[in-house]
Design a protein around this ligand. Structure first.
Ligand SMILES: [Ca+2]
Ligand SMILES: [Ca+2]
Ligand SMILES: [Ca+2]
Length: 143
């Protein structure tokens, strides 16, 4: 009986940990992209933020991010909230043609992510919509 309780508790804590992490990621996402603070992230807000982010990541201004440039930036800011092993997955996902660099076009290509996340189709993402996608493991490349 005691063991059963312990196992149940461990299982419950595990689920909780997963939920908290997804919630943290969703919160970080909103913090990063909801520039006017209305609780919604529009495609324009995402485009503007990612465009600015790309420029600051691209330290040698050649319009491409190398893995090194990408990793250097992710040590700062919201990236701290994500476990380190997420880094390579994100870079690979962003590098759509797998040539080892993430171009500006690749970095700003989030149309599919946006459409998938926008469950109620209002053209904006709220915390719940983002959280739902994060819990399913989506959105890594958007952080
Ligand atoms: Ca907004
Ligand atoms: Ca590429
Ligand atoms: Ca929505």
């Amino acid at each position: 009986m005691k063991m059963w309780t312990a196992a149940t508790l461990a299982c419950g804590l595990g689920l909780m940990a997963t939920g908290v992490q997804a919630a943290d990621r969703a919160r970080a996402f909103m913090l990063a992209y909801d520039k006017n603070g209305d609780g919604k992230v529009t495609e324009q807000e995402m485009y503007d933020s990612r465009s600015r982010a790309f420029n600051s990541f691209d330290t040698n201004d050649d319009g491409r991010l190398t893995q090194a440039e990408f990793n250097a930036t992710r040590k700062e800011g919201m990236a701290r909230l994500i476990e380190r092993k997420g880094t390579d997955i994100s870079f690979d996902r962003l590098d759509k043609n797998n040539d080892g660099d993430v171009t500006r076009e690749e970095y700003l290509d989030f149309t599919r992510f946006f459409a998938r996340a926008d469950r109620n189709g209002d053209g904006a993402l709220n915390k719940d919509e983002v959280g739902r996608l994060m819990r399913r493991g989506g959105g890594n490349a958007m952080m």
